[in-house]
Design a protein around this ligand. Structure first.
Ligand SMILES: Cc1cc2nc3c(=O)[nH]c(=O)nc-3n(C[C@H](O)[C@H](O)[C@H](O)COP(=O)(O)O)c2cc1C
Length: 255
């Protein structure tokens, strides 16, 4: 680590870049059409509806103070499945919409810089009632899932892609968030990347708190093999790549 390197990498955390960007030249201000706010689905996609909030029967009301006070990273899970309703709840809490799409944006249950929401959610499903194991992608616009692929070796592959950390392969379901940077660059140009990382933090924090409400637990994971995980998910590594993971599973009930 030399001083120049440190300066360069530390500058990622600063907002000085804003003074250097000619915002009139961003794609948004140049009149380039707004990119899709959700990654499009291939025509032959298998789509699955998820139970919506007004259909949930077994999601208990949560005390926010208690959820915050109990929150911690949980890396060991019971051999117990999540229900489809619980999975729907976690997806809704982390990326669900709180309104309809209009003018190229949609408000969600988490904040996002400029409401650009440059993240996609993949889930590696291992033990969810009513859902075959495999990889799915959440569709916030319709509150549904698209089936991506199945792989008999998925637990092992998740573990090696997480640099040997076992919990992403021993969970009921592991969330993997990817970034689609152009969605944010369209508005902010070179100032897009720090705020994408900030956005991801909010998403994972909602997952932590929502897990507390359903006797589940999670653990944020930012240490993983970038190329291996992107390849496993079929992401090109340029226009879309993994940024964050979080395994989820049931844990012992709080006393
Ligand atoms: C951005 C971020 C990255 C993290 N990466 C990992 C990780 O790769 N593996 C892991 O076991 N824990 C990881 N953690 C969890 C931290 O180790 C944990 O939050 C910290 O030790 C504090 O414990 P607590 O969450 O129980 O308060 C990460 C947490 C954050 C916020």
């Amino acid at each position: 680590m030399n001083n120049e390197q440190l300066k360069t990498y530390r500058s990622f955390l600063k907002d000085s870049i804003r003074k250097k960007i000619a915002f009139k030249y961003t794609d948004q201000n140049q009149g380039v059409p707004v990119p899709p706010i959700q990654k499009p689905c291939p025509e032959d996609s298998v789509l699955l509806d998820l139970p919506s909030p007004d259909e949930w029967k077994n999601i208990p009301p949560a005390d926010i103070t208690q959820a915050i006070g109990n929150r911690k990273s949980r890396r060991v899970y019971l051999r117990q499945s999540l229900s489809l309703e619980e999975l729907a709840y976690l997806l809704w809490c982390t990326q669900g919409l709180r309104g309809k799409e209009f003018n190229g944006h949609a408000y969600r249950n988490v904040p996002s810089a400029g409401c650009r929401h440059a993240l996609e959610t993949y889930i590696a499903v291992f033990h969810v009632k009513g859902l075959a194991p495999g990889v799915y992608r959440y569709l916030p616009l319709s509150h549904g899932l698209i089936f991506e692929f199945k792989d008999e070796m998925l637990p092992e592959k998740m573990i090696t892609a997480s640099l040997g950390q076992s919990y992403p392969g021993k969970s009921a379901v592991t969330f993997i968030w990817s970034a689609v940077p152009y969605r944010m660059e369209w508005r902010y140009g070179l100032a897009a990347h720090k705020v994408i990382a900030l956005d991801a933090g909010h998403v994972c924090q909602n997952l932590y708190l929502a897990c507390e409400a359903i006797d589940a637990g999670t653990c944020a994971i930012a240490a993983y093999d970038q190329e291996e995980l992107d390849e496993l998910l079929g992401l090109d590594g340029e226009e879309e790549f993994a940024v964050y993971l979080a395994p989820v599973g049931k844990v012992k009930k709080q006393p």
